[in-house]
Design a protein around this ligand. Structure first.
Ligand SMILES: NC(=O)c1ccc[n+]([C@@H]2O[C@H](COP(=O)([O-])OP(=O)(O)OC[C@H]3O[C@@H](n4cnc5c(N)ncnc54)[C@H](OP(=O)(O)O)[C@@H]3O)[C@@H](O)[C@H]2O)c1
Length: 337
């Protein structure tokens, strides 16, 4: 094979506030020869998650920070185009933590072992509905939220990749679902296509007023992707013994320089005997097969719809990440290479 040229984004500096292209360098290298036990992947899609912003902070977290000079970490799917590994053959489609680059050399190990994508599966789906996004929605909602038919479920970040899956699962469980999202188009989509019972456009409406109107003191489960003022407003609308699932806090921007204020209404947890519990999807790794099977069944039956927001070209990576914090994505943020 003639030598291939690989473009890759490496971390140049740690953002103090919002992330931008200046924090990364687009480098070009020649793809080296494979050693025994390695294979070469041509990336097709890269996945973007708000957590990636957190991985740029040099702080204690559930994963080590991305090092300066290292290829930016991300999930990816691609095709094996050369192999000296007995388990991975030319033409296999695989998923792994291949990072922001066009080509990746792997030995199959790593943060998450490389897995093959079954024939017939749309190749981008393992990056969202059958991947960490779908699994986060599944375990966070079912295990921490513990829904029952008839529950009122409030979801923030409701039109996002995770939130939209949670809302649809809640409808499947027989719950009443209220979503909070930014902008009319996203809110309309939640009602028209995903079957939400009501929505709040936090960019143009008062969340406090609308919550009172829609579910005064009646929220059984709040699945929170956002934190900040929205969490505070939800806290005053919980039922006794309600459950708050802390999935994420994107309103903080995952910045370390200026931490968000704590929830000022936290005493509602005492008064209403509520639980507020965080989780990390990685804790459920042994149960991923069970969850994937169920998610796949729901997708196959048309009970869970997925939406992708695809930018084209490796050049787009920094703006794809930054865009998550501005609500630019409508569906799962991907970059297609
Ligand atoms: N606990 C876990 O294991 C785990 C795993 C994966 C993801 N997560 C968390 O799940 C959440 C959703 O992640 P995702 O990958 O599905 O991303 P996403 O929801 O598809 O994209 C992020 C969305 O967040 C919303 N947003 C951005 N800034 C906001 C702000 N200041 N206030 C309110 N909403 C804001 C935007 O939607 P609008 O247009 O509606 O503003 C944006 O589209 C994140 O908090 C993420 O960290 C947790």
């Amino acid at each position: 094979m003639t030598a291939l040229s690989n473009r890759k984004w490496t971390l140049a500096s740690r953002p103090e506030t919002t992330v931008s292209e200046e924090n990364f360098t687009l480098e070009v290298e020649t793809v080296r020869d494979l050693a025994e036990g390695e294979f070469l992947v041509k990336n097709h899609y890269l996945a973007f998650e708000p957590a990636q912003r957190g991985w740029l902070n040099d702080v204690r977290s559930y994963l080590p920070p991305v090092a300066i000079g290292e290829v930016m970490r991300s999930g990816a799917v691609g095709e094996v185009i050369a192999s000296k590994h007995s388990d991975f053959a030319l033409g296999d489609f695989v998923q792994g933590t291949f990072g922001w680059q066009e080509y990746a050399i792997s030995d199959g190990a790593g943060l998450y072992p490389v897995t093959k994508i079954n024939a017939g599966t749309p190749i981008s789906y393992p990056l969202h509905i059958y991947g960490l996004t779908g699994l986060t929605a599944y375990f966070g909602f079912l295990e921490i939220g513990r829904p029952k038919a008839g529950d009122t479920v409030l979801v923030s970040g409701a039109a996002g990749a995770t939130g939209s899956t949670v809302g649809q699962m809640a409808k499947l469980m027989g719950c009443k679902v209220i979503g909070i999202a930014g902008g009319q188009a996203k809110c309309q989509w939640l009602i028209d296509e995903l079957g939400y019972d009501a929505v709040i456009d936090y960019k143009s409406e008062s969340v406090a007023d609308r919550l009172q109107e829609l579910c005064n003191n009646s929220v059984d489960i709040f699945f929170d992707n956002v934190g900040g003022p929205i969490l505070d407003e939800a806290l005053v609308n919980m039922v006794n013994n309600g459950r708050i699932v802390l999935c994420g806090g994107i309103s903080s921007g995952y910045q370390v320089k200026e931490l968000p204020p704590g929830p000022k209404n936290y005493m509602q947890l005492v008064i209403r005997r509520c639980t507020m519990e965080g989780f990390i999807v990685l804790d459920y790794v042994e149960r991923y097969p069970e969850a994937r099977e169920q998610l796949q069944q729901w997708v196959d039956e048309g009970k869970i719809l997925v939406k992708e927001h695809v930018l084209e070209g490796i050049e787009q990576c920094p703006s794809a990440l930054a865009g998550l914090f501005a609500g630019q994505n409508f569906g799962k943020q991907l970059v297609k290479i």
